[in-house]
Design a protein around this ligand. Structure first.
Ligand SMILES: C[S@@+](CC[C@H](N)C(=O)[O-])C[C@H]1O[C@@H](n2cnc3c(N)ncnc32)[C@H](O)[C@@H]1O
Length: 378
């Protein structure tokens, strides 16, 4: 894409975001945010997101999804961000749970662990690739006292991330910028460390995405990522396996789920030394990572988690879908809202099936280092 086209795309997306979410959009969450959308823009966003997911998994359909990754993901997060915040909070990722550990503590621990593995130190300049509304960035700044720049393709989320940073008094330690992780604007060798949490799975080409990260990381710096991948058990030619991957792609706005070796090869191809490659979901934890999506009450670890668990569980999702359907029918909720809850339901089904069968993991941990001396220096 030429620089001119890129600028035009950004201008168009920013304008669309203003129209869809309205003024003061960052301050609204939940029902208030959901009901204040511009109805025609919401309809347009839903159809932009869903236009590539018509059940087809042939090469042509897949190529169309890969090519349109930017607009498609932008549209996806325009329509799901309110649901994510309502159901999950302001960190949009999965985590491990230990016995007796409540949801927020477990989520924070997962973030701390990545910061630790990335070797993030006080005052490091750190890039958060695909930062959502900044939940992990705020936690990692509090944990390490580093400085974070959050990179995000979605204008609505950036507004929210900035607003939360201010609300929590962390605005001097962080900033959030619009950009595409497939084509970064930062200068070479800018960041001491880089991390990404469940975001680079939206990349149409992991080698290109990781090479952008490599470019902006300082020599000797670490990149740590929780990657969404299909595990080595996955067979793309097995129809049942492909169905699981497709549900995850559709419901999470992902152009294509890649296998674990594709991700590892991509890191090496980008020039990294891979220090750690470990599937954190491949364990004997008594409480599985996908428990909030199961509706299995036996896994709930604290009374305080009951509300979160209800919202994310099968029953809670059915309740939300019915309410959304009713609101759409009587014209209160924008057209297309039901299609979004249906897609999110498919995602939940695919994620649990993928988790139980170990065909999928949302926490493939890679820790990679940019060599101090690169080939071009020699
Ligand atoms: C599942 S969310 C995870 C957000 C965050 N890491 C967290 O854990 O809360 C994925 C994020 O990746 C961002 N993203 C997707 N494609 C992107 C792209 N091409 N460039 C930059 N960000 C992108 C989305 O806008 C979204 O914020």
């Amino acid at each position: 894409m030429t620089e001119e086209n890129n600028q035009e795309l950004r201008r168009r997306q920013a304008e669309f975001s203003k129209k869809l979410h309205g003024e003061d959009s960052a301050t609204k969450t939940g029902l208030k945010a959901f009901l204040s959308k511009d109805k025609s823009a919401q309809k347009e966003a839903v159809s932009k997101y869903l236009k590539h997911w018509d059940g087809k998994v042939d090469t042509e359909a897949e190529n169309a999804r890969l090519e349109d990754y930017n607009e498609s993901t932008h549209a996806y997060y325009n329509v799901v961000t309110d649901f994510y915040e309502y159901g999950w909070g302001s960190s949009f990722h999965f985590c491990r749970f230990s016995k007796g550990e409540n949801f927020n503590a477990a989520m924070a621990r997962h973030e701390h662990y990545l910061a630790y593995m990335a070797d993030i130190k006080a005052n490091d300049l750190v890039l958060d690739v695909g930062c959502g509304v900044g939940g992990p960035a705020r936690e990692i700044v509090k944990f390490t006292d580093c400085n974070v720049i959050g990179l995000n393709n979605n204008d609505y989320q950036i507004e929210k991330a900035k607003w939360y940073a201010k609300k929590t008094g962390l605005q001097d330690k962080m900033d959030f910028v619009k950009g595409d992780f497939m084509n970064m604007d930062f200068d070479e060798n800018t960041f001491d460390k880089v991390y990404a949490i469940e975001a680079t799975c939206h990349a149409p080409d992991l080698a290109k995405c990781y090479s952008e990260i490599y470019k902006v990381l300082k020599p000797g710096g670490r990149f740590a990522v929780y990657e969404w991948v299909m595990t080595e058990n996955y067979d793309e030619n097995n129809e049942a396996h492909r169905k699981v991957a497709y549900e995850i792609e559709l419901g999470d706005g992902i152009p294509k789920m890649f296998k674990v070796e594709v991700a590892k090869d991509a890191l090496v191809k980008a020039g990294f030394n891979v220090l750690v490659d470990k599937d954190l979901a491949d364990n004997d934890d008594p409480v599985p990572w996908y428990y909030p999506l199961t509706g299995d009450w036996k896994y709930v670890q604290s009374l305080g988690d009951l509300a979160t668990f209800f919202r994310t569980s099968y029953l809670g999702r059915k309740f939300t879908s019915s309410m959304v359907s009713l609101m759409e029918k009587i014209g209160v909720a924008p057209e297309g809202s039901c299609k979004v809850t249906e897609a999110l339901e498919q995602a939940a089904v695919g994620l649990v099936a993928g988790g139980k069968s170990k065909l999928f993991t949302p926490m493939m941990l890679f820790v990679a280092e940019k060599p101090l001396q690169t080939d071009t220096d020699q």
